[in-house]
Design a protein around this ligand. Structure first.
Ligand code: GRF
Length: 193
């Protein structure tokens, strides 16, 4: 990613589908002096997403697109992002798969966070699959998005130890705490900061 010039932050959109705890931590990070990004748009496929409340709290523009017609929604999305001069996209618990065409338009500018140590446990229900396989460690990964699910170049990972009495819920909570730290670190890393 190109180095920043002057004091302009890179205009960024965050895509969510649910709680938005990563969104919240990214907004806080974006407001810090060291952040190379500003968060200027929130996109959700789910009008009930709790994370949409952060749009109001932090006065950030938002748009809900239902993705029932993916092509139409994505075309609409591209127009919105262009109009708002969005240069970077952060997926944070976004449950829709973006098309190859969309990803091509933002090549190298879309990041995702996944709650496993990729390339292991791509896709959904990661925590229960990890526990079923009696893994000793799990974790989270920030990676670039390419056209294959959870398969783009890895930027950073954080490992967590699985305890004896771990449940999918306790593991999810443990990993989420690390996610909130890892995503900002990964952003600093791609900007060479
Ligand atoms: C996170 O665990 C993220 O890794 C996964 O979905 C969850 C979203 O949590 N893709 P939140 O909405 O950021 O709280």
């Amino acid at each position: 990613m190109a180095l920043l010039t002057g004091c302009n932050k890179v205009r960024t959109a965050v895509f969510i589908s649910g709680t938005g705890s990563n969104l919240k931590s990214l907004i806080k990070f974006s407001k810090s002096k060291k952040s190379p990004i500003s968060i200027n748009f929130i996109i959700s496929n789910n009008s009930e997403a709790k994370g949409l409340n952060y749009a109001k709290i932090f006065k950030i523009k938002k748009k809900v697109l239902n993705f029932t017609n993916k092509k139409l929604s994505e075309n609409n999305l591209i127009l919105i992002l262009k109009k708002n001069k969005i240069e970077m996209i952060l997926l944070a618990g976004f449950m829709k798969i973006l098309s190859k065409n969309f990803i091509k338009k933002f090549k190298g500018k879309i990041l995702n966070i996944h709650p496993s140590l990729l390339p292991k446990y791509k896709g959904l229900n990661t925590h229960s699959r990890v526990l079923n396989n009696s893994e000793k460690y799990s974790g989270c990964t920030v990676h670039f998005v390419n056209s294959k699910l959870d398969s783009g170049k890895i930027i950073l990972q954080k490992k967590v130890k699985i305890s004896k009495d771990e449940t999918a819920g306790s593991l999810a909570r443990k990993i989420l705490i690390q996610e909130h730290k890892l995503y900002p670190k990964a952003i600093l890393k791609i900007f060479n900061l």
